[in-house]
Design a binder for this molecule. Structure first.
Ligand SMILES: [Zn+2]
Length: 217
């Protein structure tokens, strides 16, 4: 079986022919490059390392064209390139992805145990998430534009919807708690919990798609 790689977004496709359209960035078949006729290596072979064993017929890995080199990067553009190069989005996204499940668990515990402590801890954790969100969104949009040509394929439509739902439900919870700090002890607590569960599902979907894009499987 042949292995093809999208030269735009690095999506890997296995099959006799490249796909008609890249399911990630929407590029057409002509943008696909056959990368290896043998089974995929775990890690890409560094081209500057000479093969230790010579004389063995091993298909050479073809060069996959990378992004065009930027001309004279200054100021803000330079910062954006550095953020992309050092994976600022997958790193910063650990804040909402890691903290929000704990927040929801704390709200559930506050609801079940009717404690004063849990709502306060949940609220403080939520503040950390809300503070990190502008950076997470900024780096996410940057990555989407630069690495995927701002493609509006199904995968990105879903990701944008999930991220938007996360932001909306997180903001609603935070403001709701600020207006009514006793919400979790009130009869409307179930609605509040529902908003939080929606937030948890949305952040899970956004994270799952992000993982698929990063690990390419
Ligand atoms: Zn692609």
């Amino acid at each position: 079986m042949k292995v093809w790689q999208c030269s735009i977004c690095k999506y890997i496709h296995k099959g006799e022919n490249p796909p008609e359209k890249c399911p990630v960035c929407g590029a057409d078949a002509s943008k696909f490059v056959e990368i290896n006729k043998a089974p995929m290596p775990e890690k890409p072979i560094k081209k500057e390392t000479p093969a230790v064993k010579s004389g063995i017929d091993r298909p050479e890995k073809k060069e996959v064209p990378g992004p065009a080199p930027a001309i004279k990067e200054t100021g803000f553009e330079k910062i954006k390139s550095l953020l992309l190069k050092h994976h600022a989005h997958p790193i910063s996204v650990h804040s909402p992805n890691g903290i929000l499940p704990v927040v929801v668990l704390l709200w559930l515990m506050a609801w079940v145990f009717d404690s004063d402590l849990f709502p306060r801890v949940a609220f403080i954790n939520m503040i950390f998430v809300v503070v990190s969100l502008p950076f997470v969104i900024f780096t996410g949009v940057l990555e989407w534009k630069k690495k995927y040509n701002a493609a509006l394929t199904i995968i990105f439509k879903l990701k944008i919807m999930a991220a938007t739902l996360t932001i909306i439900s997180c903001t609603i919870s935070l403001i709701w708690y600020l207006i009514d700090p006793q919400i979790i002890s009130s009869p409307k607590a179930w609605v509040f919990i529902l908003v939080n569960i929606i937030m948890l599902i949305a952040v899970g979907i956004a994270g799952h798609i992000g993982g698929k894009l990063v690990f390419k499987d």
